[in-house]
Design a protein around this ligand. Structure first.
Ligand code: AMP
Ligand code: MG
Length: 391
């Protein structure tokens, strides 16, 4: 049996290279840039009015003479006429300044008599109310760095620089196989001896939270041949998650079925609670996580091992990790790392009741997983512990 840190390292050593995808900008929110972006144009592309008002050459003005109104430039139009000294044009927010104009006076700061303008603005200086060409960025400049997480505002920014496609780190494709003869789908009548299948619900919900929709879900009985066939169908994806049937009971066929499908076992069994029979393997570029069937073990292994693997594809950090003082003393068995359902407060973390791996009532209330390291036995109130948020 290997330790949690050995397991983490072995998984880490087997990550395939991340996949880069050229994506339409409009679809790229929530992804991470795999390449820096460059501006296709100067932004703004021309000297632009920031106000509704009048544009003129402040440089050639004497500071008090009236100015002659010679025309109008609406937003979207462009005038190739050179503005002469003491001339103004009517201009609007977003309009291109005419050549030779350097300043805009707001319409509220002028008196207008038919085609003559008197400026009444003590604060007006050269360049007032003008957004200079390229003041946000120059054509060809780097706009966002590689590794940048794209927010809606970042998408808007890039669109404004003329970009319509970006290279991002792609999501991994994921499939799920749940095994167990005893499983019945919620909503169906439940015969004696059966239980409702809940692992796929937890996994799909957790994947959806990461913005990933699994490509397929198979529910199979505990027959080795059925499991072999299901695995063989699902080895084309980046990640395969199997639940149940991975310990050493007579009905646990997952490990042998994975072997029959050519999956290389990297490890099987980790010194941890819950989820001791956790199996990790690899088939070509596919990572295979076989999780023990108890629902709390499934969720805990998903957060601890599958989420980092997904992060390696998408380059996103999904959940905050922090250290918090324990709210109460805690005793544990030495020799196993404990992953405990916890509830965090600003300055401490509570370990919840009902930690057994078949219980989900406590997990349902948890907002974090508290990791208590392998060798220690006694944890005191106030001891700093590692906490992974899951919300
Ligand atoms: P196993 O790992 O197959 O030995 O299963 C361990 C425990 O988890 C057993 O009590 C199973 O009934 C339960 N279990 C396995 N798969 C599921 C599932 N998909 N949903 C809910 N419970 C499950
Ligand atoms: Mg089983």
């Amino acid at each position: 049996m290997i330790t949690v840190s050995e397991a983490r390292k072995l998984i880490n050593d087997n990550y395939p290279p991340a996949k880069v995808e050229l994506m339409q900008l409009i679809d790229a929110c929530g992804f991470v840039l795999a390449e820096e972006t460059y501006a296709a144009i100067d932004t703004p592309p021309f000297n632009q009015s920031a106000m509704d008002g009048y544009a003129f050459s402040f440089t050639e003005w004497d500071g008090n003479s009236n100015l002659k109104l010679i025309g109008e430039i609406q937003a979207g139009n462009f005038s190739y006429n050179q503005l002469k000294p003491f001339e103004v044009v009517r201009i609007y927010t977003g309009s291109a300044l005419p050549m030779n104009a350097d300043t805009v006076v707001m319409q509220e700061k002028v008196i207008k008599h038919v085609d003559v303008i008197t400026i009444k603005d003590e604060h007006l200086v050269k360049g007032s109310n003008v957004r200079l060409q390229g003041s946000q960025g120059r054509k060809g400049e780097i706009t966002l760095p590689k590794g940048h997480y794209l927010t809606p505002a970042a998408i808007s920014f890039l669109a404004g620089t003329g970009i319509d496609k970006v290279k991002i780190y792609a999501k991994p494709s994921v499939s799920i196989i749940v095994t167990g003869k005893e499983l019945v789908q919620p909503g169906e009548p439940i015969p004696e001896g059966k239980i409702y299948e809940s692992n796929s619900f937890g996994l799909i919900a957790a994947l959806n939270q990461l913005n990933i929709s699994p490509l397929s879900l198979e529910v199979v009985d505990d027959f080795e041949e059925d499991i072999v066939q299901a695995i063989a169908r699902q080895l084309q994806n980046d990640i395969l998650i199997v639940t149940g049937g991975v310990s050493v009971g007579d009905c646990d066929f997952v490990s042998s079925a994975l072997g029959k499908c050519g999956v290389e076992k990297i490890f099987h069994k980790v010194k941890q609670k819950p989820g001791k029979p956790f199996y990790f393997g690899r088939y070509e570029q596919t990572l295979v996580f076989a999780l023990p069937g108890n629902p709390a073990a499934v969720m805990s292994c998903f957060y601890e091992y599958v989420v980092p693997a997904i992060s390696n594809f998408t380059k996103k950090n999904y959940f905050k990790k922090l250290q918090l003082p324990l709210a109460k003393d805690f005793m544990k068995k030495p020799g196993l790392t404990f992953f405990l359902k916890g509830k965090s407060e600003e300055d401490k973390v509570f370990v919840l009741e009902n930690q057994e791996s078949y219980l989900m009532n406590s997990f349902a209330m948890a907002d974090c997983i508290v990791e208590l390291e392998e060798v220690m036995e006694t944890f005191k109130q106030g001891d700093l512990v590692n906490v992974s948020m899951i919300v």
